[in-house]
Design a binder for this molecule. Structure first.
Ligand code: KG4
Ligand code: ZN
Length: 349
């Protein structure tokens, strides 16, 4: 099945063509990060305006890149939420229009289900032999700017939510930490770049919820700890001190995320794989810490095949739509609404 997918849940305008839920024939992402670097955050109306401008050129480039016409496509897929409502409406209106004009069926996809499917993606151009596809049951840490969830999944649409964040999302903790340190938006990549070469033991940050028996997360205390550490600094905030602070803060975030994944292993029957997805899965320190911790348990960490599949993209929406259609065809093609907030639990049985 060839799916043309559209994703516009935040500041990006993305389109992709995905074959059978995994082979990415084309993926185009127009980001407005340059604009929002100047405003140090996303302005929803501005994001939607940019998406209106970018949608047609992005679709055009995507179809040309995939050497396809709309007639070749079997179905449309689009992010129906959660996200910025104005942005989501630009994407769903575009997808509904293409579907109506070319008489294609359309699948509305939950944004986070897209992230959960991102570990199935691989570029068409991959020169090496493809990895074995993932094998259920899977424990997935899904960590982005909007959510931080731990899932135990037995199929694409069956699973239980083991735990979520009580306050900020992990990506938000990176973004807020970066902002406190005077680093540019988006904060995750700039904080992790700044942390390179810094001493992760220079500043003591508490690991949140240490000893807490749940599988929940909490990040807001770390952000406050960074704020007070900066206020009470006895030395000027030189580049070297900023590097040490970034490394120490990142280390505390990574330790918290790793601690919860390891704890989830003890609560889940016989997981075959551990996945980390979402924007935060691009973080090299997190990948290194988890790989090391899982090695001793004989488990392998799987992350999206490309960094561009970690952060928001349309290919993951195409993958999720394919698996939804396979596992729940009637629900997949049912009429859908566009919503700023949708619990993912509604997608899972
Ligand atoms: O999945 P995503 O692109 O969008 C949402 O669904 O929110 O995730 C964006 C989040 C941002 O908070 C960003 O700072 C974070 O992912 N992020 C990172 C890295 N790259 C992106 N956080 C840590 N390290 C990174 N390398
Ligand atoms: Zn996302």
């Amino acid at each position: 099945m060839l799916i043309l997918a559209i994703e516009t849940s935040c500041d990006e305008t993305a389109a992709a063509i995905v074959e059978d839920g995994s082979i990415v024939l084309s993926s185009v992402i127009a980001s407005a990060k340059d604009i929002f670097a100047r405003t140090t955050g996303v302005i929803p109306e501005e994001a939607a305006r940019r998406q209106v401008e970018c949608m047609i050129p992005v679709l055009d480039e995507c179809l040309r890149g995939g050497r396809s016409t709309p007639a070749d496509i079997d179905a449309l897929a689009v992010t129906r939420g959660p996200g910025l409502l104005g942005s989501l409406l630009v994407g769903t209106a575009a997808a509904r229009t293409v579907a109506a004009v070319f008489r294609k069926r359309i699948i509305g996809v939950h944004h986070t289900l897209g992230h959960l499917s991102s570990t199935w993606l691989r570029p068409e151009s991959a020169s090496s032999a493809p990895d074995e596809p993932p094998c259920f049951p899977i424990i997935t840490l899904s960590a982005s700017g909007g959510h931080t969830d731990l899932w135990y999944r037995t199929s694409h649409t069956h699973g239980v939510l083991l735990g979520s964040t009580r306050d900020d999302a992990a990506g938000e903790a990176f973004d807020k930490g970066a902002s406190l340190l005077g680093l540019p938006y988006p904060g995750g990549p700039s904080l992790s770049r700044c942390a390179e070469g810094g001493d992760a033991t220079a500043f003591p940050f508490p690991t949140p919820l240490r000893g807490d028996p749940t599988l929940e997360f909490s990040f807001s205390g770390l952000k406050t700890a960074l704020k007070y550490t900066l206020r009470d600094l006895s030395t000027p905030l030189t580049d070297a001190v900023r590097r040490d602070l970034a490394a120490s803060y990142q280390n505390a975030l990574v330790e918290h995320l790793t601690d919860r994944v390891l704890r989830a292993l003890d609560h889940s029957p016989d997981p075959q794989e551990i996945h980390v997805v979402g924007g935060v899965s691009a973080n090299a320190a997190l990948r290194a810490a988890l790989t090391k911790a899982l090695l001793s348990r004989g488990l392998r960490l799987r992350t999206p095949a490309l960094l561009s599949y970690c952060t928001d993209n349309a290919a993951m929406i195409g993958a999720a739509a394919h698996f939804l259609a396979l596992e729940r065809e009637e629900a997949a093609f049912a009429p859908f609404t566009t919503e700023a907030t949708i619990p993912l639990a509604t997608v899972f049985a």
